[in-house]
Design a protein around this ligand. Sequence first.
Ligand SMILES: [Zn+2]
Ligand SMILES: [Zn+2]
Length: 259
Amino acid sequence: MELIDTHCHLQMGQYPGGLDEMLGRSRQAGVIGWITIGTDLGDSAAGIKLAQEQESVAYTAGIHPHEAGKVPGDYLEQLEEMTQSDKVCALGEMGLDYHYNHSQPAVQRKIFEQQLELAKKLELPVVIHCREAFEDCLAILRAGYREGSAVFHCFSGDCKQAATVLDMGHSISFTGVVTFKNAQVNRKVARYVPDDRFFLETDAPFLSPEPKRNVRPNEPALLVHVAEKIAELRRITVAEIAKITNRNAVDFFKLNTSN
Ligand SMILES: [Zn+2]
Ligand SMILES: [Zn+2]
């Protein structure tokens, strides 16, 4: 089995035994590729360094909506500079989070729009974090973004919202949330989404899946539980889920499987 964890924060977690052991456990569990996601300038820089040192780790650089209020004036130039490596695979995570509102909504929207502009210029896909802000996220994407080049990570909408995202050509990805007891809506979406439009992610060190929900921090080895749940929901084998989602991730993020 060859799974790709398309959204994890490898530079963030204090993993038992350190990073190398954690990646070893992950390989043993059948996870053979990782995209480590940036959330601000410092965190993105740490992700780049990690990706350059580790085989099969790609990275993204971006400003999470929580951090939108803290960026320096030249942050776009700095982000652009961070994309000058063949291991970059997207910009993000970026978007809107009205649940926590750690940054003011108007500031979140501005920083989101500016990063989308940059992604368009650089011809990179984007990883979107959208929480309780679906309408605004869509409006911003509609206003100027390219079809089919965004993924809504940790998708939290219903089938109707998924249909809207899919109609725009974009993709969605699933975390351990799909295994949670109260996540019926997420499981419906996992049955509904077409084969070629979804990815798997852990969002480690967050969101440990059942039956390992008490394991903290979450880590990519546990992606297997997300894959198993989705295989069960779609009535196909885990190997088939791995094949489908691996292909989707390689295509969307243009992953270079040789590095
Ligand atoms: Zn997120
Ligand atoms: Zn994340």
